[in-house]
Write a protein that binds this ligand. Sequence first.
Ligand code: CTP
Length: 390
Amino acid sequence: MARVLLGVSGGIAAYKACEVCRRLVKGGHDVVPLVTPGAERFVGAETFRALARRPPADDVYLHLTRADLMVVAPCTANTLAKLAHGLADNSLTEAALAHRGPMLVAPAMNPRMWSHAATRANADALHARGVVLVGPDEGETAEGELGVGRMSEPAEIVRAAEALLAGTSPLRGKEVLVSAGGTREPIDAVRFVGNRSSGRMGVALAAEAHRRGAHVTLLAANLSVAPPVGVDVIETQTAADLEREALARGAVADVVVMAAAVADYRPAEALATKRPKDAAGWTVELEPTTDVLEALGATRRAGQVLVGFAAEASDGAGGERGLERAREKLTRKKADLIVFNDVSRTDIGFDATDNEVTLVSGTIPAVTLRKASKEDIAVGILDAVELLLG
Ligand code: CTP
């Protein structure tokens, strides 16, 4: 599955864009329609939203949505000119400027407009910039003229879109295993030792990997957020559950991301029933758990990318000591990448919606991803994973 921005500009071929939208959705893609006011004269934006199964009230920053591909179909002579010159006067052209990634354009216009020197120069400029043009085709236009100007058939446009998507992310088709949340270690039948991890970071990573075309398995340790649609979810409540599933599934994974806060200690003995309250104290002995990341590092196969997290409290030395410890974890656990975050900050990390992290690796330069939503941080982490896979 990929996210596709579908720009629809104002020509009669807009009705054929409904079929492009339908086919992309049927292909399992998340389609974000961007319908220009000109296109609305032919087909309402509501039609595209319904076909794309999008809620009616979309956010105003829709054009800033990160996507794997932008498709403009139909692309009128006017929109083609705007794309060539970088104008941004509606959501489609704004999105085109903000979009980083492949772009597919399906021109549709009167044959004389298509053959005009200005349009030719605009098409050439887009082509030179790496934009892929599909069509226009030869035939009879809606107004009955013969020549080249008809928009390519929806099936053809979608085929070209799929071809572009196939060549996009190195994660496409890869097996990705992500752990998320926090384990709970039982003391008795109802009580446990746990931690504050919500699972947001791991869930965002699973969603992003899925969006890039990976087959994702999520080891879910007591998530307080919903897991993403389209990924396989395995419930792993305790460190022992997580260890068992991670080691079994890690063997076949191309990428393993250990984002879960796995308990470092568990009660040595868990009572089978609930311990009734009395006046006496209760001493619980804790024993260490297996470090799952370290165990994965010890058994990893060549070519696998192993990512761990390092939750460290800052030490007032500009985070340098925390970074040092993260580097030590990278070596000790034989990981390729450690995502280091400062747990002493309350505005990021544990149980927060935002995060700020530094990526530490032996092979790519360290990079700090400044405070942003965990979804955006997930994008940065997976960009680094792609580099490591490459
Ligand atoms: N981890 C793990 N198994 C454990 C504990 C931690 O796989 N039993 C993984 C986490 O998923 C994370 C990484 O190890 O990817 C680092 O966890 P963290 O708690 O930051 O560090 P620790 O290794 O526990 O070391 P310290 O106690 O020094 O913080």
